[in-house]
Design a protein around this ligand. Structure first.
Ligand code: GRF
Length: 217
């Protein structure tokens, strides 16, 4: 089976992007990263991608002013040029219109640093600490027009410690982000994830039996 052609869209340091590039180095991985696209020319992830020999493009949103459709036409042109089949948003800090999202329905993933549907939006670690949740984590989901919604492909949880700061919590969450993003992309690229009534069903996936309790005695 041919590997799916994937673009990773970033705005910043690109550590999730780097994790996807790393996973896709394995020739048996069902996806290859053919493009890293940034809306910011100064995104740190661009040099990481170039160093890994991946094609990069920048579509600077500031040059389009308020003209979102024009920005998205430029995104779409870059994706078509590289014959992209699946789009992975990875710290891509632009909202996309329903029109663009619709074009990529069932073929665009996002990673969010919280256990959705809790803590949609920004500052998720700060809000998780304020809420006093004992489990926090990350979610990979298909993108739908409504922000941080859409069928959930995979989630990973970490325990929240009493002495956590935003930084220490973020440091543990990002580690599981890197693991679930490559896992979720693998499942989707293999065609094993079906969306049924707005929810993901995964063919042939093992589900862990154990429960994760926090705190422990
Ligand atoms: C990650 O926490 C991701 O969940 C969120 O933005 C951050 C991007 O980090 N959407 P990186 O650029 O992948 O390192």
């Amino acid at each position: 089976m041919s590997r799916k052609r994937v673009a990773v869209l970033i705005s910043g340091r690109g550590s999730n992007m780097a994790a996807l590039i790393e996973a896709a180095k394995d020739k048996t991985y069902p996806a290859e990263i053919v493009l890293v696209l940034s809306n910011r020319p100064d995104a740190g992830g661009l040099s990481t991608a170039r160093a890994a020999g991946i094609a990069t493009e920048t579509v600077d949103h500031t040059t389009f002013g308020k003209d979102r459709p024009a920005f998205e036409r430029a995104l779409q042109a870059a994706l078509e040029k590289h014959r992209v089949e699946i789009v992975c948003l990875a710290g891509f800090m632009r909202l996309l219109t329903a029109d663009f999202v619709g074009r990529w329905e069932g073929r665009m993933l996002n990673i969010h640093p919280a256990l959705l549907p809790s803590f949609k939006g920004l500052d998720t670690h700060k809000r998780a600490l304020e809420a006093g949740v004992k489990l926090h984590g990350a979610t990979v989901h298909f993108v739908v027009p409504e922000m941080d919604s859409g069928p959930i492909v995979a989630q990973a949880a970490v325990a929240v410690r009493d002495d956590d700061s935003e930084e220490t919590l973020a440091a543990r969450v990002i580690q599981v982000e890197h693991r679930i993003y490559s896992l979720a992309l693998k499942l989707v690229a293999e065609g094993r994830v079906r969306i049924v009534a707005g929810r993901c069903r995964t063919d042939g996936a093992a589900m862990p039996d154990g429960a994760f309790l926090a705190p422990e005695a």
